[in-house]
Design a protein around this ligand. Sequence first.
Ligand code: FE2
Length: 374
Amino acid sequence: MDTLTKNTTEVEKDLFPLLGTDYVEFYVANAKQASYYYQTAFGFECVAYRGPETGSSDAITYVLQQGKVRFLITSSLNPESEVSKHVALHGDGVKVLALWVDDAEYSFKTALERGAKEAIGLQKTSDDNGEIVTASIHTYGDTIHTFVERKNYKGVFMPGFEPKTTTVPVKSVGLQYVDHCVGNVELGGMNKWVQFYQDVMGFKLLITFDDKDISTKYTALMSKVVSNGNGYVKFPINEPAQGLKKSQIEEYLDYYKSAGVQHIAIATNNIIETVDQLRKNGVEFLQVPDTYYDTVMDRVGSIQESLVELKRLNILIDRDEEGYLLQIFTKPVQDRPTVFYEIIQRRGAKSFGKGNFKALFEAIERDQELRGTL
Ligand code: FE2
């Protein structure tokens, strides 16, 4: 009886329970080459494809998978298409943060009733493997959330896609699942979008960082983190704050031309092995000075990993009340200084690495200076 009461309360708290991130879809100029990069550099495996050969005359999509992380890499053959226009304006970037739900129609209807704007209406598609139900709502910038219901589907991904195995030699780097996805929004937009996730999606506010937490001599930003009820989906939202020079968030907004996804944090069980392999594959990371490691142990206390290895790979460490975490950030992965990745290993800590912010932002500023955008 206790259990029943508890479950009922949890369901009531969650407007529409999210089972996790279903996929992240990127609109890019050249899906063939971008998907090759994610396979060779990040160790994703190509599992499905759609294109002219499968009856999709316009959009080409490669479906990549590693652990529970699923990326869709999409480009278009038609310069007038929505995909091509998105790429022309934003460069390569994230279009869809898809959310795995048990009931897409209910989730969509609930979100619309609570003020969401429809992006793509309810779609039911089927093939020999069953049925998929999807529907999409707008969020910040040109980004959308697609609700995906796949409980009646047994295929590799979705109707319209064919299973594909790749000829690219792929070795997993141990990426497990999407830990959080961060959005950059315009000055004054942070509270509006936090309110959106609270009102429309039933998320709760987890943490607030202001410019006292996140500032260097030159730049500042503010951030709030929202999470769904079960904590499977976490969205930090950043906005620029007043600083002496241009903040990294302003630089992002200038190049992306709107609000959009700034970074995707992916969890691993062994960050040393993961980052070692990513570096061997040519992935570039932000570099904090070696002096970071002179004092870090005073701040975080004892840890299981070798500090020598962490220093060699430039992995950062932070601790909160519940444990510690290890993290590292890549440089932007396309020509524009926009989207990048975080690799994170949690050892109890549920926070986001506040103790590393200063060292990180100084590292970003050194790169901004090289680009002449500080
Ligand atoms: Fe992060």
